[in-house]
Design a protein around this ligand. Structure first.
Ligand code: FMN
Length: 305
């Protein structure tokens, strides 16, 4: 049987399959149907400094081969996440990646101070790229200056690894990735949702709460592979691939593009059991490809062997 273990920022993961932030909550319902042995780590829904109800109106809409969401970072706030929600995740022998989001560098810093005071998790994922809040979404990952500003405020606050979740629709994603690495990021998550819009033709109005929503699911997969390819070529820190993954073949493709691990969002919202299926299929697929260790395929497309 092939070895599915991989590594992320010094952490050994028994599987390359991770939850995508916001697509498995804090695990309470998720683990009623998903066997945690299929997962390499659990990524939480992004927590913010203050509790948020999220956006009013339509929050989720299906599209052919994908979905739009406009959740607006609904969450109980970092204090309650640390005090109440992390309990569901502990004791499963599964690394926990705490996703945090904020509306200013100071808010990220406050979240990290609170999280550090509680402990009980392994790594941070900084969501600098949610498209569904404010007028234009979280824009910190749009420019090198934004990345420098946030990293200068937070890097010194923790010794835990920091993953930076990138925004896919930027002028030069390799430049943003390099800047995050230079500012002390330990790894990158590539990427958050793309953006999209649908119109309700009976009303002549946008379908989604805030007109434009985050677009994800199988339709974005080739764009996500491209971004992982470009980013992993530009940095030496590990990259986690996310966007449209729905099968074992997608996992292999994403890892060959340069991902050390992958996250699954929309496919798991549709059917959480997909984690078990992909885990099973991955073992069979790697055997067929005569790959003994999944780590050996990471970035294969960059090598000409
Ligand atoms: C309903 C929903 C909620 C999400 N919430 C978050 C979130 O809180 N924080 C975050 O960083 N990304 C969030 N995302 C983005 C996902 O983590 C992921 O980056 C994106 O959906 C692409 O993966 P997919 O194509 O497998 O869904 C959310 C996505 C969806 C569909």
């Amino acid at each position: 049987m092939s070895d599915l273990t991989t590594e992320l920022c010094g952490l050994k993961l028994s599987s390359p399959l991770l939850t995508a932030s916001g697509c498995a909550g804090y695990g309470q319902e998720f683990f009623q149907v998903v066997d945690s042995r299929c997962l390499g780590a659990f990524v939480t829904k992004s927590a913010t400094l203050h509790p948020r109800d999220g956006n009013e109106g339509c929050r989720v809409a299906e599209t052919p081969a994908g979905m739009l969401n406009s959740i607006g970072l609904a969450n109980p706030g970092i204090e309650r996440v640390m005090a109440e929600e992390l309990d569901n995740l502990q004791g499963r022998n599964l690394p926990i990646i705490l996703s945090i989001a904020g509306f200013s560098p100071e808010e990220y810093a406050s979240c990290i101070r609170i999280a550090e005071a509680h402990g009980g998790f392994d790594m941070y994922e900084l969501n600098l790229s949610c498209p569904n809040v404010g007028d234009h979404g979280l824009a910190l990952a749009s420019t090198p200056e934004g990345i420098r500003t946030i990293m200068s405020q937070v890097r010194g606050l923790t010794r835990r690894p920091l993953l930076v979740k990138l925004k896919p629709e930027v002028a030069d994603i390799a430049l943003i990735a390099r800047t995050a690495q230079d500012c002390g990021a330990d790894g990158l998550v590539c990427c958050n949702t793309y953006t999209g819009m649908r119109i309700d033709i009976a009303r002549g109005r946008p379908v989604m709460a805030k007109c434009i929503g985050g677009f994800s699911g199988p339709a974005v997969f080739p764009m996500a592979v491209k971004n992982v390819f470009l980013v992993s070529q530009a940095v030496s820190i590990p990259v986690v691939g996310v966007g449209g993954i729905a099968s074992a073949r997608d996992v292999v493709e994403m890892m060959m593009a340069g991902a050390s691990a992958v996250q699954i969002g929309a496919a798991a919202l549709r059917q959480p059991e997909v984690f078990m299926k992909i885990h099973r299929d991955l073992e069979a697929l790697l055997a067929k490809l005569r790959v003994e260790r999944i780590q050996d395929i990471i970035g294969r497309v960059h090598r000409h062997d």
